[in-house]
Design a binder for this molecule. Structure first.
Ligand SMILES: Cc1ncc(COP(=O)(O)O)c(C=O)c1O
Length: 390
């Protein structure tokens, strides 16, 4: 049995439908290398995680140093890397944000945000968007707007949520606000195929939540930490949530999640309200601090804004030649094609390029490291034209 067969035999079957037919052994910058020595340009970024590319030398050095000094201790003690990670995350988030809670994943961050909002408001219902994705644990799943993912657990996952169409403010306003603790929203719905709503909708939603005492939660698990060309998505439009959840790239590849709370909501969180053993451990904290320092010092957010504008233009020029529509912002893009995305993905993979598919059958996603630049995009565009001609 080769290692792929062994993996399939000894792990639960949950991922068998999405696995790429490759086995990776190494990552170098914007590339990954498989067990046959083939190099792939990674425009999938390990599923929107590897913001700095693979094995960024400064990130590796910071992690090596931390590994040699202190691998783990829980939240029962203080240590400097956690203080640094917290300060960096809060200071790069929205102006009204005051404090962070560290955990291990995006789902856990959303679970925590829902708890904070429910306790602070004393209300039980949450409004969530059709097509929004917030994770697979029961609490996160309960606000995930894909009925097929909740179908096996209707009692656990649907009782306390009111789903409304994304972008429909009237549907939120029609609900009795005195029962609603929070509105949770993914500013750019990624799994749904890169869908967003006008800035005016988000501003009006912000206003409605403020007037009705509802906590507005932005799930920035994908849109956070620079991916859209701003540190956090709402900064494009001057719209601030009360709670931000983030994960994926925030640790540069190390598994971390975080909830950042506004001044007002942070004041409502009391000792014992939430806890997790591994959240904000030394390695996790060192990973976050290194990632944020590198993004800042290498000007990666500005770089995304610069390169994505010309990439969008070039992709738009393929409309009518295999591309139907290009959606998204910065380095979170969806390309809707005139054929199944899986087919385009396979043809790009044959040419040594990895991209993601999405919940929408004809849309593939670009979720690359922020370090990808002009040279890589030229290679990708040439390969895409070829894939669409075939
Ligand atoms: C927007 C969004 N929120 C939450 C999650 C869940 O994060 P995790 O898989 O780390 O639990 C994801 C994962 O894809 C996501 O894309």
């Amino acid at each position: 049995m080769d290692s792929r067969q062994r993996e399939e035999q000894y792990t639960l079957a949950t991922y068998n439908h999405i696995r790429f037919p490759i086995s990776l052994v190494r990552g170098e910058g914007n590339h990954v290398i498989d067990d046959e020595g083939r190099r792939y340009l990674d425009l999938y970024g390990g599923h929107a995680v590897c913001l700095l590319g693979h094995c960024h030398p400064r990130w590796v050095a910071a992690m090596r140093k931390q590994l040699a000094e202190l691998v783990f201790y829980s939240n029962t003690v203080y240590f400097a890397p956690r203080a640094e990670a917290a300060e960096l995350l809060v200071s790069h988030c929205y102006p009204s944000m005051a404090a962070v809670y560290f955990c291990g994943s995006g789902a856990e961050a959303n679970e925590t945000a829902l708890k904070i909002a429910r306790k602070a408001t004393g209300r039980k219902l949450v409004v969530a968007m059709e097509g929004g994705f917030h994770g697979r644990t029961l609490g996160a799943l309960s606000v995930t707007g894909f009925p097929r993912m909740r179908a096996a657990f209707p009692e656990n996952a649907e009782a306390w949520t009111r789903f409304v169409p994304f972008g429909d403010l009237g549907a939120v306003q029609a609900l009795d606000p005195s029962e609603i603790a929070a509105v949770i929203i993914e500013p750019i719905q990624s799994v749904a195929g890169i869908r967003t709503a006008p800035a005016s909708y988000f501003l009006a939603l912000r206003d409605h939540c403020r007037r009705c005492g509802i906590a507005l939660i932005f799930d920035e698990v994908q849109t956070g930490s620079g991916r859209t060309g701003e540190w956090f998505w709402g900064m494009h439009h001057g719209v601030e949530p009360d709670l931000v959840t983030t994960a994926k790239g925030v640790g540069g590849g190390f598994p971390v999640g975080a909830v950042v709370a506004s001044d007002a909501l942070a004041a409502e969180v009391k000792p014992g309200d939430q806890a997790t053993t591994f959240g904000g451990g030394p390695l996790a904290a060192a990973a976050i601090a290194a990632t944020y320092r590198i993004i800042e010092e290498e000007g990666l957010v500005e770089r995304v804004a610069r390169f994505s504008a010309s990439l969008r233009e070039r992709l738009a020029s393929l409309e009518g030649r295999g591309v139907r529509e290009v959606r998204g912002l910065g380095y979170l893009l969806g390309v809707e094609c005139d054929r199944p995305a899986k087919e385009v993905q396979a043809r790009l993979m044959e040419q040594g390029i990895l991209v993601g598919t999405s919940g929408e059958a004809q849309t593939f996603r670009l979720l690359p490291p922020l370090t990808v630049g002009e040279e890589e995009w030229e290679i990708f565009l040439g390969a895409l034209e070829k894939a669409l001609r075939e």
